[in-house]
Design a protein around this ligand. Structure first.
Ligand SMILES: Cc1cc2nc3c(=O)[nH]c(=O)nc-3n(C[C@H](O)[C@H](O)[C@H](O)COP(=O)(O)O)c2cc1C
Length: 489
């Protein structure tokens, strides 16, 4: 099973990191890594991951589980890798931010100015090839895939993952995060929502009755997870996108069976084919909106014929659950920056901030702050934020607020909704939008939902006569803070 393939030397960047293992060292130095021994893959790892993340959104530590009963020491699971603002800044190579908005601004500035995709570079081999299971030797049960929630239908080896598939017509390789359930030693299921890139690619193979080649990374650099689970445009190579974020190319090796790219420093990677003519029940699985909205369904069987893995492998775990989830902070930050850039690209001026609240799982309750410049500006902002690619899938509420409201602060946002929004006038609806079977309000295809665009800005035509806010001026606040500093520590 093990191979002794030499690992190609790769230049290190002093200020950066090479892989997940370097990051763990850094997280530990930062005091942001908790190590947990002896938690069971049956429910315990899921429950600890969920509850620790929910206790302190945006600031909870990453969790590294080892000595998992029934598995050799060193076969580990990492939960919530980049799901806190200090760690996310490290992963994205940004300075340590003071708060969420500063981080969103930094991500956005990177995307708007210095960002360009950097194509991945091929290596002859890499650490991921340290061990290879082939054909009959494939045994997925050798890895401690967790059984996450009591009502789940199976063990999930892929949650914080990247599923790579090649478009048979264009050659474009897409990477998407889709859940992967283990059926047995050598088959899995992949659930892809209607309209998602991976599903469109799969359907092209199936239309010709052909199996669909696939590579699944089940433990990797959080940058790859971020690239795979954000709505990156069709045709964009997510490995090049991740390279652009990192400032240097992502290294890959070619998979043995299908020549698909495998991140060279990934931890555990499966390769095989989705079969057009065999199905098996998948799910249910606790979902990102916080429910079990969809039942178990028959999905194509994915036959796994290769497993590539590093010695002492680390599976990465992101568990959909009742929010806040152990991945929604990172999603909220990057998605907020993407929406901000996309609405500006569509011509929207005066944006002061965007935040996709974790209470809406980073998708369903998004707030955009603007400096109102003309009549209709707030409606334009709301509809653009609701329909641009990054904000479109499974959205429900978009709230538009003035620039004196902090969009990340739910208290501020609710105050604006409570005092600047006249519901019959200021709430507009968008119907038949792109959603998913995971939406608990939807019961049947075509999985379209309805949305509210809430204008919680001062009415444009008399905004300058709107009653003055009753609070101390910034100058007065500064003066008293200097005079009685102990009150404001
Ligand atoms: C932890 C996690 C699990 C996810 N699971 C699924 C899934 O099972 N199926 C799915 O279609 N999308 C899932 N998503 C959302 C997709 O990753 C996301 O919509 C992404 O844009 C898909 O890639 P694509 O745009 O290339 O299709 C998940 C996201 C996260 C963060």
């Amino acid at each position: 099973m093990a191979t002794d393939t030499p690992v190609a030397p790769v230049a290190r960047r002093n200020e950066g990191y090479q892989d997940l293992r370097d990051l763990l060292v850094r997280f530990e130095e930062m005091g942001e890594l908790e190590k947990i021994d002896g938690a069971d893959w049956r429910l315990e790892i899921g429950a600890v991951s969920e509850t620790v993340a929910a206790r302190n959104p945006g600031r909870a530590p990453a969790l590294l589980f080892d000595n998992i009963p029934g598995y050799p020491k060193g076969f580990r699971i990492l939960s919530g890798a980049a799901n806190a603002y200090r760690r996310l800044a490290v992963v994205l190579g940004l300075p340590e931010p003071r708060d969420e908005t500063e981080l969103v601004r930094a991500v956005r500035a990177r995307m708007a100015t210095e960002f360009k995709p950097i194509p991945p570079v091929e290596l002859p081999t890499g650490p991921v090839m340290e061990n290879v299971m082939r054909d009959e030797a494939v045994d997925l049960l050798a890895f401690p895939a967790p059984f996450v929630h009591e009502h789940d239908g199976g063990r999930y080896i892929g949650t914080d993952d990247a599923v790579l598939m090649r478009d048979p017509e264009t050659g474009w390789v897409n990477a998407g995060t889709y859940r992967v359930m283990v059926h047995d030693r050598n088959t899995v299921a992949i659930w892809m929502s209607p309209g998602k890139h991976g599903r469109l690619i799969r359907d092209k193979y199936f239309a010709k009755g052909a199996p669909c080649p696939v590579v699944i990374t089940c433990g990797q650099d959080p940058l790859l997870f971020i690239a795979a689970h954000q709505e990156i445009d069709h045709g964009v190579d997510e490995l090049a996108y991740a390279g652009g974020q990192r400032g240097r190319a992502i290294e890959f090796v070619r998979s043995e069976l299908h020549g698909l790219p495998i991140p060279a420093f990934a931890e555990v990677v499966l390769e095989g084919e989705m079969l057009p003519d065999q199905t098996r029940l998948e799910g249910p699985f606790g979902e990102f909106m916080g429910y079990y909205a969809s039942e178990a369904t028959e999905l194509p069987v994915v036959r796994i014929r290769r497993v590539y893995w590093r010695t002492n492998p680390i599976l990465t775990l992101a568990i959909p659950s009742r929010p806040p989830e152990n991945f929604t902070f990172a999603r909220a930050t990057v998605k907020s920056a993407l929406i901000w850039n996309e609405v500006e690209k569509a011509g929207l001026p005066g944006v002061a901030g965007v935040w996709c609240h974790e209470a809406g799982a980073g998708r369903l309750f998004n707030v955009i702050a603007i400096r109102q410049l003309y009549p209709g500006h707030a409606s334009q902002a709301g509809f653009l934020a609701a329909t641009c690619h990054a904000g479109n899938y499974a959205g429900r509420w978009v709230v538009v607020v003035d620039e004196d409201i902090d969009p990340t602060n739910m208290f501020d946002v609710i105050w604006a909704m409570a005092t600047r929004c006249d519901p019959p006038e200021d709430i507009q609806f968008l119907k038949r939008a792109w959603s998913t079977p995971l939406d608990p309000l939807l019961r049947a295809p075509p999985w379209q939902n309805n949305r509210a665009i809430v204008d919680a800005c001062r009415p444009y035509d008399w905004k300058d006569k709107f009653p003055r806010v009753a609070e101390a001026s910034p100058e007065l606040k500064r003066r008293i803070a200097e005079k009685w500093p102990h009150l404001y520590k």
